[in-house]
Write a protein that binds this ligand. Structure first.
Ligand SMILES: [Zn+2]
Ligand SMILES: [Zn+2]
Length: 314
């Protein structure tokens, strides 16, 4: 099953040439989830041939323009394309009111239904689940209410080893084996030991999106060991005072958090327009956490289902 992230934008407050505001598409099991929707997101979707009607859920981290100014345009395009599929929109308080006013004054009567889900950015809480995954909020510390999102696949079923399965097992019993149960007779005696006839399921993958925030260690328990961590890195550490003052992070701080959380890979983004060359940000982070990449426009990052050694990472 796919578990893939596409980067649409990597720029902080003021866009830089060839850099768009924050937006990412996470595909899990064929379902598309849009994370933040800065200005230009719909153009980026077109550029990378991602059809807006395939997006089922939109998660907005906070109401700074560089994270949601593209939303009204994208929703209008979905309307003009006569979308009928309902859309879930997760965001902080105020987002529903803001969009409703825009639709009202522009006399837009959408062809599809939007379900607004107001989130509390101050808590770690499950806000969404479907058959394959869950989404939890990650409280950030920023100048306005802001949260990140933790996407985690649900535990998968165990594999049956066909050659080892006794012929007498019924279909319901096979299902119970997949869920990890032993098969017992009417007296409670074990007939088939689960470990003898099944193997471990593929592992459940995870992605943590840490939006605009100060360096914040209290989220470590939530992001511990994730496969992929996106963390903002607006500045180099020489501007740590400015980062603290504006409630942002440095590349060094993002890498420190990645190391402390024991994540597999780190993605840096939300770069200040002052950095024309992003190499120094990457190098600064790599000095602390080697498996670091830049979340630049057009990059696709797949998370594999099987465990891999760090040396396999390209
Ligand atoms: Zn921002
Ligand atoms: Zn912000």
């Amino acid at each position: 099953m796919d578990f893939e992230l596409k980067i649409l934008g990597s720029s902080s407050a003021i866009p830089a040439p060839h850099r768009y505001h924050t937006a990412q598409v996470l595909t899990v099991g064929g379902h598309l989830h849009l994370i933040d929707c800065g200005e230009g997101t719909q153009h980026q979707l077109m550029r990378y041939k991602i059809k807006p009607h395939r997006i089922l859920n939109i998660f907005i981290s906070h109401l700074h323009g560089d994270h949601f100014f593209g939303l009204f345009g994208l929703l209008s395009t979905m309307h003009l394309q006569a979308r009928t599929t309902p859309l879930n929109l997760f965001g902080p308080p105020g987002l529903a009111e803001l969009l409703t006013l825009q639709f009202k004054v522009s006399h837009t009567h959408l062809t599809f239904q939007i379900s607004f889900h107001e989130i509390d950015p101050t808590v770690h809480k499950r806000i969404f689940e479907d058959k394959t995954m869950t989404v939890h909020t990650l409280p950030m510390e920023h100048r306005v209410p802001c949260c990140g999102f933790l996407f985690r696949e649900k535990p998968k079923l165990r594999h049956l080893v066909k050659e080892k399965l006794p012929a007498f097992l019924t279909p319901p019993q096979l299902v119970r084996l997949k869920f990890g149960e032993d098969i017992r007779d009417e007296h409670g005696q074990i007939l088939v030991n689960n470990a003898d006839v099944t193997t471990d399921p593929k592992r459940s993958r995870s992605y943590a999106f840490c939006s605009d925030t100060k360096y914040k260690e209290d989220i470590l328990p939530y992001i511990k060991g994730v496969d992929l961590l996106y963390h903002e890195a607006t500045f180099l550490h020489e501007l740590v005072d400015r980062a603290t003052y504006t409630h942002h992070s440095t590349a060094l701080q993002a890498a420190t958090l990645a190391k402390k959380a024991g994540v597999k890979r780190l993605l840096l983004g939300h770069f200040s327009a002052r950095y024309k060359d992003l190499t120094p940000l990457l190098e600064e982070a790599k000095s602390v956490f080697a498996n670091t990449m830049l979340a630049t426009e057009g990059k696709t990052i797949g998370v594999l289902e099987y465990d891999f050694k760090e040396t396999e990472l390209a």
